[in-house]
Design a protein. Structure first.
Length: 257
């Protein structure tokens, strides 16, 4: 798959693409990333890409024409000239595991990293196919959001993680019924007076899996009850799960009384 990133700061991506386990995806071309600076497509000695907003107000707005020219150059080089154009913006759908999974199975896209107060709406209307958001907050630009999407997509590619099953045990993965992941422990068995839960040292596979399942349910019920509701609607919770959730609910009510 190929991702073309339009950004005024391509240098931000260099270390991101060269370190960590996901570098395997970029180095191998599984996730082929190309960086494009719209300043290269701007006019004048100063290569200006922004201007004052019509109607007044603070800040600057990215101009449509340099972005259009940059997009045209990308389309001339891509085998799939009709690849979707993605803009990271506050009105976009929030990126979650389902969104990442879809892009991980795709042929890629053109990712646009906005800056300043935003992008001329006429360019958005003419060329943008999808808008995505990291959450209900504003960043200085779309680069961090683009890196987040690329990283999440890269780690789902075959052979990128050391253990092929690693991402299947991530929080929100359908393999975990969309729940939060459980706590993890490693050596030593006792650290600063805190011991590893005995079940994890028992060697009893079924008990270990039940402990992990219970922890996932408890963490999700405490911090993300919406995930419990989704799992219940989807029929992913068994009798043992429901019994645990009932006990947790009773304990919570007793603690509050």
């Amino acid at each position: 798959m190929r991702f073309d990133v339009i950004t005024l700061f391509p240098e931000l991506f260099a270390p991101f693409l060269q370190v960590g386990v996901t570098r395997r995806a970029y180095a191998s071309g599984q996730v082929d990333v190309h960086l494009w600076n719209p300043r290269d497509d701007a006019d004048g000695a100063y290569r200006r890409v922004d201007d004052r907003p019509f109607g007044g107000g603070p800040g600057m707005v990215m101009m449509a024409e340099p972005l259009r020219r940059c997009l045209q150059r990308i389309r001339e080089q891509r085998a799939d000239a009709g690849a979707p154009v993605v803009l990271f913006s506050p009105i976009g759908a929030r990126i979650d595991h389902g969104v990442v999974s879809q892009w991980a199975r795709s042929e890629g896209a053109v990712l646009i990293c906005g800056r300043y107060e935003g992008i001329d709406q006429r360019f958005i209307d003419a060329f943008v196919d999808v808008q995505l958001s990291l959450g209900d907050f504003v960043l200085s630009g779309g680069e961090i959001a683009a890196m987040a999407l690329l990283d999440a997509v890269a780690r789902l590619q075959p052979g990128v993680l050391g253990d092929a099953d690693s991402h299947a045990l991530d929080s929100f993965n359908p393999e975990l019924d969309g729940l939060l992941d459980c706590p993890h422990y490693t050596r030593p068995e006792v650290w600063e007076g805190r011991a590893v839960p005995p079940t994890l040292l028992s060697g009893h596979h079924a008990q270990v899996e039940r402990w992990r399942r219970d922890q996932r349910l408890e963490l999700s019920a405490r911090h993300r009850p919406d995930l419990i509701d989704q799992a219940r609607v989807q029929g992913r919770l068994g009798p043992a799960d429901e019994a645990l959730l009932q006990r947790l609910a009773r304990s919570s009510r007793q603690a509050e009384s």
